[in-house]
Design a binder for this molecule. Structure first.
Ligand SMILES: [Zn+2]
Length: 265
């Protein structure tokens, strides 16, 4: 049997996602197992979103000049309009990139090795992680996040309260998992940071740290929710359908009626 060799070229591939759990796979499966399993089987393709391309564009700007130039070259048709100017989303990304590059403390926080891949075992399965920036001298790692506004509130069923974008997008969970996998690879618990920049004009920015007491809850939550996802991945049970996502809407077959009360959830 051939071992699967994970690298930066195949990191986001279906094959890599079949072999490994990742934070984004876990988050997607919490929303809808059926959609994730269909994607892994190649039966469903998530539409490539502009937001994802803008995100990669922004990240590549902090990886290296060469990576950024290559990314722009490969995505010329998406980034530039016919008159040679950049589309609005990329102009906005440029302004966010400038905002961070002009802030010495933010750039200090992002110092280190970029886009580093690690694997490890957590709760009985293999995980893969990709760290935006890791600094082995300081024993820190930093993730770059873009968001609407630093102070926007989101309702969270997970936390049963209004939360910031950091909890709403499960970035605390991400940091908790990354911390464990990095520990397995280095023998030390590294301190996580988020460099956040907003889509406002002009962009706002912040460097965020975490009270360590937050991580235990996230690991417990992951441990509790993971078995159902793994079981679906192994084909031992039918994956749970959310009945609202694109995949579920496209494959839905009605067999019952329901009282109008259940329209709002
Ligand atoms: Zn669904």
């Amino acid at each position: 049997m051939q071992m699967f060799q994970l690298n930066s070229q195949n990191y986001h591939s279906n094959e890599a996602n079949q072999h490994y759990m990742s934070v984004s796979q876990f988050k997607s499966a919490i929303e809808c197992e059926a959609s994730v399993i269909a994607e892994l089987k190649g039966e469903h393709e998530r539409p490539s979103s502009l937001a994802l391309t803008v995100g990669s564009y922004t990240h590549s700007a902090f990886e290296s000049e060469q990576v950024f130039d290559e990314f722009v070259e490969e995505n010329r048709g998406i980034i530039f309009n016919t008159r040679g100017g950049k589309y609005a989303d990329f102009k906005q990304a440029d302004s966010m990139i400038e905002t961070i590059k002009n802030d010495r403390f933010a750039m200090f926080a992002l110092e280190g090795e970029k886009e580093v891949i690690y694997t490890g075992e957590l709760f009985g399965v293999q995980w893969k992680i990709k760290v935006d920036a890791i600094n082995h001298d300081r024993k820190t790692f930093t993730d770059l996040k873009t968001t609407q506004s630093l102070s926007k509130r989101y309702w969270s069923d997970k936390y049963s309260k209004y939360v910031s974008f950091v909890e709403a997008y499960d970035y605390v969970l991400q940091m908790a998992i990354y911390r464990e996998i990095i520990y397995q690879n280095t023998g030390a618990y590294y301190v996580p940071y988020i460099v956040a920049v907003t889509k406002e004009t002009p962009p706002d920015k912040a460097i965020l740290h975490f009270d360590e007491s937050r991580f235990e809850f996230e690991l417990e939550y992951t441990k509790e929710r993971l078995p159902s996802i793994i079981s679906a991945k192994l084909g031992n049970k039918d994956p749970k359908r959310c009945e609202v996502c694109e995949y579920c809407r496209a494959t839905k077959q009605l067999n019952n009626t329901f009282e109008i009360e259940f329209l709002l959830k």
